[in-house]
Ligand binder design. Structure first.
Ligand SMILES: [Zn+2]
Length: 185
């Protein structure tokens, strides 16, 4: 016999609105979906008081998550984008010349894009793309992305061999990469 999907029950505990979904699971878990929906997944027979208490005990964590999600994403002006595209055009030729010769590779084409999700990419044909958004970050981070994409001209994957190439050129690539995790100024 097939069981129907659990019907979520909307509850409030500790000022947090959450949906309770019961199923045959053994443990209780709490999650915050990207759109800000808080959901508790609980075993069928667990008393609601226990679930509410759990939500209350995790309320600081939930509020922190919701606050991060509510943070507005920066909308950039056309002027800002133009300035960053100019910075890309100014910086890229020198960086590419330096590292491409050091790594003995040659991209077939280089394009500046507006990609939001990735700062750089490399096609199987050896064409590199860099997003203007990358140029909002410190030069050390830009250099890392340039070397990363050039290394894909040798290994079109993220294998240990690929990372060895990056490591050989930029021994501090891991620190440089972390710079990309913080939002730009
Ligand atoms: Zn990559």
């Amino acid at each position: 016999m097939k069981r129907a999907a659990p019907i979520p029950v909307t509850r409030t505990a500790g000022g947090i609105l959450y949906q309770l979904a019961r199923s045959d699971r053994k443990t209780l878990c709490l999650m915050v979906a990207p759109e800000g929906r808080v959901q508790a997944r609980a075993p069928r027979r667990m008393p609601v008081e226990e679930i509410d208490a759990f939500v209350i005990s995790k309320s600081a964590w939930v509020r922190g998550k919701l606050a991060v999600m509510a943070r507005p994403r920066p909308a950039y002006s056309v002027e800002h984008e133009m300035a960053m595209r100019k910075k890309a055009r100014d910086m890229l030729p020198g960086l590419l010349a330096q590292y491409a010769s050091q790594m003995r590779v040659a991209p077939t084409k280089v394009t500046i894009t507006g990609a939001e999700k990735r700062f750089g990419s490399c096609s199987s044909k050896g064409a590199l793309c860099f997003s203007w958004r990358l140029f909002q970050y410190p030069d050390a981070a830009v250099e890392y992305v340039v070397v990363h994409e050039l290394a894909h001209l040798i290994h079109l994957n993220h294998s240990p061999a690929f990372h060895a190439v990056v490591q050989g050129v930029l021994p501090d690539w891991k620190q440089r990469k972390t710079l990309l995790k913080h939002p730009p100024d």
